[in-house]
Design a protein around this ligand. Structure first.
Ligand code: FES
Length: 382
């Protein structure tokens, strides 16, 4: 029953991990450093908040191989869980991947249950303990074949009520089995017990023979599944580039600044007005010309948070604290979508006012008040 009880969960996490791996490979933007949803953006976004930030700093230079490795790992885990091949090993892989993602992109998810990685971490644990439970799995079929080849009979377990065994083999009374016409009691004539059969060792077999055969057959099946998985991954990546998502419009967000920093305000809007004459209040941020029309530039505020300033139309500037309210990743500007996008869990925010369009972020971005002075400098008001 354990195998059947876990079967829906097994299908769900198997399909999800397989899909997640294929989706990453099919999406050219995932490997494009200019895309706010790329692996590079995810690493940079999570570096500031992750307890593994020291490690992430070193991994940045290997972002593309790391992205490929994560994708292939997800595909391997998905296939293993789905077809029930080396299910426990696949589940351990799923636990490891989920834990890594939790410690990088979801560690500060608030509330904590809005981060999916911690849920997947716990969803894999029953399969580490129970494997596939012998239900619709290659592991069970391989075990059966190995057992038959070793002359051990079909190992498939089934449930028999104890009262049935008593009816067939027992009802011991005065040293006789009344269930077997008062013959002497003993397991050798009972149809549901193994009594009287020579043991495996008595027959000259090795006690670990079924395990050994299972590993050999399972290894062959794993190699075949691996080759099929790599072929599917290669075709998916090729198709994704041929007919899938268009590469990101290059936004090449650069840093703006004069070296000064600023702090977020609770202003309702970050929109700016051009001031004629007097220099506006606030700290100078940098030249307005450093922010492209329909583009963005980044800066660092006084509290260390990353900020983003945009110019949605000529002379109209908006600025936000770029920390995503969901788990603290750094949002980036997607020129293709004309939105601010969080690379960690995909929250999207309006450029015009920072409102959240797509969760899981519970709120919008914190706006800054920004004004362009007559000297062509942008000023952030405190
Ligand atoms: S950190 Fe989760 S959506 Fe931004």
């Amino acid at each position: 029953m354990a195998g059947w009880a876990l079967f829906p969960l097994r299908i769900f996490i198997g399909v999800t991990f397989l899909f997640a791996g294929l989706q990453k490979l099919a999406n050219p933007n995932f490997f494009d450093a200019n895309s706010p949803s790329s692996i590079q953006a995810q690493l940079i976004a999570s570096e500031r908040i992750s307890p593994l930030h020291l490690l992430i700093g070193h991994l940045l230079q290997f972002a593309v191989p790391l992205g490929i490795l994560i994708s292939l790992g997800e595909i391997a885990v998905g296939i293993g869980i789905l077809i029930g091949l080396w299910t426990r090993i696949a589940a351990i892989g799923g636990v490891g991947l989920s834990l890594m993602l939790f410690l990088t992109v979801s560690f500060h998810a608030s509330p904590y249950y809005t981060g999916s990685d911690i849920v997947f971490f716990f969803a894999f644990i029953p399969f580490v303990i129970a494997g596939s439970g012998g239900v619709l799995s290659l592991d069970a079929n391989i075990r059966r074949r190995a057992s038959l080849e070793a002359g051990r009979g079909d190992p498939t377990p089934f449930v028999l009520a104890f009262s049935q065994i008593q009816d067939l083999c027992g009802n011991f009374d005065k040293n006789r089995c009344t269930a077997r016409k008062n013959e002497p009691c003993g397991p050798e004539k009972c149809p549901v017990l193994h009594g009287g059969e020579p043991s495996l060792i008595e027959r000259g077999g090795r006690p670990d023979e079924v395990d050994r055969r299972s590993v050999v057959i399972g290894s062959s099946a794993a190699v075949a599944a691996g080759v099929a998985g790599i072929a599917i991954a290669g075709v998916t990546a090729g198709l994704g580039r041929a007919i899938g998502a268009a590469p990101t419009a290059k936004s090449s967000t650069t840093a703006i600044g004069t070296g000064s920093t600023t702090t977020p305000t609770s202003a309702a809007s970050g929109a700016t007005t051009t001031t004629q004459g007097a220099k506006p209040a606030g700290r100078p941020l940098g030249k307005a010309s450093q922010v492209p029309v329909n583009g963005a530039a980044t800066f660092t505020s006084a509290n260390g948070d990353p900020g983003v300033v945009l110019q949605p139309s000529s002379g109209n500037f908006v600025a936000y604290d770029a920390v995503c309210p969901h788990a603290g990743c750094t949002v980036g500007y997607s020129k293709a979508a004309d939105l601010l996008v969080c690379p960690c869990h995909g929250s999207e925010f309006k450029v015009s006012n920072g409102d959240v369009l797509t969760g899981p972020s519970p709120t919008g971005l914190t706006p800054y008040k920004i004004t362009e002075g007559p000297d062509g400098i942008l000023y952030i008001q405190m």
